[in-house]
Design a protein around this ligand. Structure first.
Ligand code: GLU
Length: 511
């Protein structure tokens, strides 16, 4: 029988979720949906020293914002939650059982070496590694008597449980993206699986036990975990779970925009773009990091952008909805090499989604921007705002950028741009504008067509030059040589406001 696809996203709550982590979550989600499987969210909080309050809530909110649905685990209240708890710090009893199993089977041992002793050993022996070649020189249950070990524990001495890696063995990891990876067990150290000091397992043990008990079929995670995969294979084997071991897929790293190294949490604000899905307020340091949501991105654009950072489709299609990604995604086409984080491309995606977006929604989103500039909601009919955003959105990537493109629709020029004046406001301009004003005052039909039929023949008959007149007119209405087609502007402003602006300009600009 085909095994049911069950994948998990297993972040540690150590701060804001990095955009690379979001991509991992996305690929897991796409894979689960495509195979009619389950997507789990598990919180790996066994490293209490790195715990950051609010991080878990942040992760849940970010996934929700992006539309990455969770079927089981943290953040969802569902009858499917039968394999919990899904927060590792709440699973201590479970881990105790499995640590004991390995100890009883002689596949792990107890070690009492203090941090100071280990430090000393490292100083004495260059490249010291706690493994088959050194473990007999150390203070652990392999060299101590049973009674002595008991006594140490009775006395409350702190200890760790280490995995007993057998030497000289080739360990094979089959990776769905990288193929067969083989490493020799000699390079592995006897990893710590459990620490009595905080009564918690380490990542490695908790991860394997949970993936097994939660019946995970595929482990899809970042490349930084590839070096741990051989150890994980050995752990599955030690538990006797090799037959049901999940399949592995290690995703390529996200690289800095110049390709030099891994994109880090610190790069974002240093390079001027967000590396987090949502703005993050670090309660410990008080610092604030920018987020895609607060920077004005649409979640669809972020999803599309991230999907193509490391995965490519067969053709050259670039715009993908979540539904299309679910049907087209495949681990076969995830690249092995790192993906350069091209922030400009991210903006381009947002631009595309803005163009596709219903102007009604864009107008709604623009309202707060207008209000922030002192334009009350009800001054303009909704249809006018929709028309304006529809007219101007092709020039911007974000709704927040619309204001600087179309402010003149809402407020009359308070000054005139020097450069535009120099280039476009000539000696004859006041006279041209006087004549135009007189003509427009007498005009009733204010449609673009009627105005064009009025003004163009006049310019032609007087041999004034279209550019000269129309640019001067534009300066009167906008305050600079910018904006959409002139009749679009007069259309929105209406007759009265258009005339008012020409009169004001004539007063201020006539010499
Ligand atoms: N807790 C690990 C992390 O923060 C999970 C790694 C894995 O998926 O196995 O990335």
């Amino acid at each position: 029988m085909e095994r049911k696809v069950r994948v998990r996203f297993a972040p540690s709550p150590t701060g804001a979720l990095h955009i690379g982590g979001v991509r991992t979550a996305l690929y897991n989600y796409l894979f689960a949906r495509q195979h009619g499987g389950d997507m789990l969210l598990r919180i790996e909080d066994t490293d209490s020293t790195r715990f950051v309050p609010g991080a878990e809530e942040y992760i849940i909110e970010a996934l929700q914002w992006l539309g990455i649905g969770i079927d089981e685990g943290i953040g969802v209240d569902t009858p499917l939650n039968t394999r919990g708890p899904y927060r590792q710090s709440e699973r201590r009893e479970i881990y105790h059982r499995y640590v004991r199993q390995l100890l009883d089977a002689g596949k792990a041992y107890i070690a009492f070496d203090t941090p100071e002793e280990l430090e000393q050993k490292r100083k004495q022996t260059p490249n010291f590694q706690y493994d088959a070649s050194t473990r007999n020189q150390m203070r652990n249950s392999l060299v101590m008597s049973k009674e002595e070990v008991e006594q140490y524990i009775q006395e409350g001495k702190q200890y760790v449980v280490r995995f007993k890696v057998e030497p000289d063995e080739d360990v094979h990891v089959h990776d769905l993206i990288r193929g067969e990876v083989v490493i020799n067990s000699n390079i592995l150290d006897d990893k710590v699986l459990y620490k009595s000091a905080d009564d918690l397992p380490t990542y490695h043990l908790a991860n394997i036990v949970d993936d097994h008990l939660m019946e995970i079929s595929h482990v899809i995670r970042g490349e930084e975990w590839l070096p741990s995969a051989p150890l994980h294979v050995l752990l599955y084997r030690a538990f006797g779970w090799e037959d049901s071991m999940p399949q592995f897929a290690h995703l390529p790293l996200l690289l800095k925009p110049d390709g030099n190294g891994k994109l880090s949490k610190r790069d974002g604000d240093r390079l001027g773009f967000p590396v987090f899905p949502l703005e993050f307020h670090d309660q410990k340091t008080g610092s604030v990091s920018s987020g895609y949501r607060e920077s004005g991105y649409y979640p669809e654009a972020v999803i599309n952008f991230l999907a193509l950072l490391g995965w490519h489709a067969t053709g050259d299609q670039e715009i993908y909805s979540m539904e299309q990604l679910i049907s087209d995604f495949s681990l076969d086409r995830v690249s092995k090499s790192g993906a350069k984080f091209d922030y400009e491309k991210g903006k381009w995606f947002n631009h595309q989604y803005l163009q596709l977006r219903d102007n009604k929604l864009v107008a709604e989103e623009f309202m707060p921007v207008l209000e922030a500039h002192g334009i009350a909601r009800d001054i303009y009919p909704q249809a006018t705002i929709e028309h304006i955003v529809g007219l101007m959105k092709e020039r911007v990537n974000f709704v927040s950028e619309l204001w600087e493109q179309c402010d003149f629709f809402f407020v009359a020029p308070t000054g005139y741009d020097e450069k535009s004046l120099k280039k476009r406001w000539k000696e004859d301009s006041p006279r041209h504008m006087q004549e135009l004003l007189a003509m427009l005052e007498a005009q009733d039909d204010w449609s673009a067509e009627a105005l064009d039929n009025l003004v163009m023949p006049w310019i032609a008959s007087k041999e004034y030059g279209v550019g000269l007149v129309m640019n001067a007119f534009r300066i009167c209405l906008v305050g600079a040589a910018r904006g959409p087609h002139i009749w679009e502007i007069t259309g929105v402003l209406g007759k009265e406001e258009t005339l008012r602006r020409v009169r004001t300009a004539l007063q201020r600009l006539s010499i």
